[in-house]
Write a protein that binds this ligand. Structure first.
Ligand SMILES: NC(=O)C1=CN([C@@H]2O[C@H](COP(=O)(O)OP(=O)(O)OC[C@H]3O[C@@H](n4cnc5c(N)ncnc54)[C@H](OP(=O)(O)O)[C@@H]3O)[C@@H](O)[C@H]2O)C=CC1
Ligand SMILES: Nc1nc2c(c(=O)[nH]1)N=C([C@H](O)[C@@H](O)CO)CN2
Length: 237
């Protein structure tokens, strides 16, 4: 029997792509979701990664993805809810739409996928099964400019507690809560310097530390309902 795949949502770039590539290196079958086609997807497909288009911005998009996921595989080893929109707060009439959008991407999609894919995880013949929610340091601290984003990530962190309780003992459910892991393509050195100064360790580590954290959760058979901060000691500053 072939190994059950690991699903990473939003796996076409940055942290999600890095984890998909490392899981391939470690011999895991991988499924990723993406919104828009690009060359990086061809490279992932060449490595045998299954790529499923999905837009979690509305309920229909989420449910359409779930149907196609169930057509694609009959089991899952793990689900990593990585897909995310880092949007600042909107002004005026757009504020409510922005909030609802972030709620759907960061909370409704993980909630519905977790409910509808439970049987796929239970069908995994391996001893461990995991759900990992990617949140953010600001979920527990708030953010002046990303209020809706931070609140939706806090809600995702709370989903970890509820699903961990409901899905035990067969499925472990945990959170990884990063702070600055990698810069955006438009971030300049001044921004980088400010970002480094926000953490006690004073670095911007890159996506390897996220894969190490994911590896820890996937390999550990006695961790559930937890949040793993990966933030360089941001709370110490
Ligand atoms: N990078 C960092 O320093 C930090 C990251 N995090 C968290 O870690 C995770 C990974 O971060 P990072 O790699 O930077 O993430 P990205 O900003 O690169 O987003 C990851 C993917 O999410 C997908 N996505 C965005 N909106 C939607 C949507 N509506 N429907 C479906 N997919 C969507 C995008 O797909 P596509 O490109 O195909 O549109 C994108 O490739 C995220 O959850 C993030 O919040 C937390 C703190 C710091
Ligand atoms: N979906 C995303 N979420 C976040 C990103 C990102 O690029 N995409 N980046 C950050 C920042 O690195 C922030 O941690 C800097 O303080 C947060 N979330």
């Amino acid at each position: 029997m072939s190994a059950a795949p690991i699903l990473i949502t939003g796996g076409a770039q940055r942290l999600g792509r890095h984890c998909a590539e490392r899981l391939c290196d470690d011999g895991h079958p991988v499924i990723i979701t993406y919104r828009r086609e690009r060359p990086a997807l061809e490279a992932l497909r060449a490595r045998g990664v299954v790529t499923l288009q999905a837009d979690f911005g509305d309920q229909a998009g989420i449910r359409d993805f779930i149907v196609r996921l169930r057509e694609t595989t009959s089991s899952l080893r793990a689900i990593v809810h990585n897909a995310s929109d880092w949007l600042p707060d909107a002004e005026g009439d757009e504020a409510a739409d922005n909030f609802e959008h972030l709620f759907r991407v960061h909370m409704l999609a993980p909630y519905l996928i977790n409910l509808e894919a439970r049987d796929l995880l239970e069908a995994c013949g391996e001893p461990l099964r995991d759900i990992v929610h990617m949140t953010d340091y600001v979920a527990t601290r708030g953010s002046r400019k990303h209020i809706a984003y931070a609140a939706s990530k806090a809600g995702l962190e709370n989903l970890t507690l509820s699903f961990a309780a409901r899905y035990a003992p067969s499925i472990q459910v945990n959170t990884i809560a990063p702070a600055m892991i990698m810069l955006g393509e438009n971030d300049d050195e001044a921004y980088a310097e400010k970002a480094r100064a926000k953490s006690a360790l004073g670095t911007i580590p890159g996506p390897g530390v996220i894969y190490e954290s994911l590896r820890y959760l996937l390999d550990n058979r006695y961790v559930t309902g937890t949040t793993l901060p990966v933030d360089g000691g941001r709370h110490l500053r």
